[in-house]
Write a protein that binds this ligand. Sequence first.
Ligand code: B12
Ligand code: SF4
Length: 515
Amino acid sequence: MTQRSGKPRVLVVLAHFDDSRNPNGRPNFIPQGVGHAVLAGAFDRDRVDVALYSEFHSGPLLDERTLSWPDMLVLTGVTSAFDRMRQLAAYVRTKSPGCVVVAGGPAVRNLPLLSAETFDYACHGDVEELSEIVAAVYGPDAAAETMEPRFDLLTWSSPVNYAETSRYCNFRCSFCALTGERRDYLSYDLGVVERQLRSYAKRRIVLFVDNNFYGNNRAVFMRKLDMLERLHREGVLPGWVALVTSDFFAHQGHLDRARRAGCLGLFCGVESFSPTQLAAYNKRQNLVAPQVELIRSCLEAGIVFQYGLIFDPAVRALRDMEQELDFVLGCSTIPLPAFLSLTIPLLGTPHFDEAVASGRFLPDAKLRDMDGFTLLTRPRDGIEAVLPFVRQLAKIEGRGSDVARHAFGFWRRYRRSLSARQMVTLLMNSARLCTPAVLNGRRTGGLQAEETLTYVTTTQPLGPLYRPAFPVADRFAGHFSPTMITDADGELLPTIAANLAARRHPPRQPAQVAS
Ligand code: B12
Ligand code: SF4
């Protein structure tokens, strides 16, 4: 037992590096990550004091009092946040000696050896694995009998309620982190989902953060819609938004059924309008029907359609990518994308393996730069030529009149099928592409000279978080060095190769790190 007095104190942190080095977090961004709230459900409410912190929402956690507080630190975050998890581990071990550090998520799963060296418990399982650790560290009574998300502990109030009805995905797109993780799609028990939807203190629109809300079993999906329709009629569920895969749209009638069940919007991974590129991504589910038609039918059914586009300059010609952007800006049948990003060679994915095999990785590539905005691979048309396009993904420059023309055409076309609120949501998205600083906290100017972003991993500055905010013990100095993917020649580093090779057999026992 590591508690100092009274109840054990547990801090659950969603670790995050902002790609634009914005130090203030993005409180207005939707969706927020909810992993920390879900993990907090592992602890018994009466026997353990639990606090949550999201660096994505609130900015980097640097407050020394908060870092001195916990007996246990639990960390989650996307792949690029791994170094941030190491930094936070160094801070709490300095400020709260003896604090147990538990970490999980995609980076930990892909870097089992590095993670075992760094954290006391490096988790490769799902959130439920935390219950076993709680029981092992504090005894079985400290673990909750049933694990339910602790949204009540969020330090912020959200305009939407979050929920999940499934885990993972039945598709295997070449760039997706889930393909690298090779886990099976799993639907939750509908009774559990219903209980969660009824439990919210405030009736708000629910955002289902499932990777694939539709799933691989149509009968189960129809039962889910029945349940949502019932809750919608009862007034428990004012409306909902979910992430679906393109095969959802293949069935006539799904849109009307979803609308009746209270669906207000759907997000779908369009990724590209180029059939060749979709085939290269192994995203064949997007080839079953013309994508523009599918989007039109969704909007005409009164459901907002949102999507992202991803670009891979390593294999696509610059002209081709520019034409795709021109097409989207000129086509008022479809909304503008909710986000534009590079195709990331995320650790462990087929896309990563291809980049290694074809020697595409740039020299000195860093894990921290797997953020969708920094070039990690050699562009086919050369870095200098492609850079203006890459910068544009963060903020579309000089296309204000195209965006305004698009917005007007879109409004005219769909003003009868979409409500005023739905229309505003979509038009705000368009504005976000041009003015990200104002609308979602992305930092676009005013950086100090040393922090000027190059958008190329070899030269991209690490940013201020890689300098300890307060002195840490010498043995933790290494926690502030970046995790490198390639060497100065662009070759994969043996440490990364060894970690990826060890994924199937991660170290069984947690390494006990001296603190
Ligand atoms: C909200 C969200 C965001 C938020 C917050 C992300 C965050 N830090 O949580 C924001 C907007 C920041 C975001 C950004 C991006 N995201 Co995102 N996002 C999501 C989303 C919709 C929900 C995340 C969530 O809260 N899930 C619920 C929690 C409970 O599950 P989980 O985090 O998946 O964790 C599971 C396991 O990893 C494990 N686990 C995780 N942590 C821990 C800790 C412990 C101790 C244990 C035991 C287990 C454990 O348990 C869970 C399963 O039970 C997911 C899709 C999804 N449904 O997960 C995508 C997802 C995480 N995002 C993804 C992507 C690709 C991105 C972007 C790269 C997009 C882009 N191209 O720009 C950027 C990354 C930007 C950057 N700086 O790196 C990928 C994976 C990313 C990755 N591995 O790096 C996902 C899975 C979507 C997908 N299918 O492609 N995203
Ligand atoms: S459909 Fe989406 S979640 Fe599923 S593998 Fe493809 S990108 Fe990943």
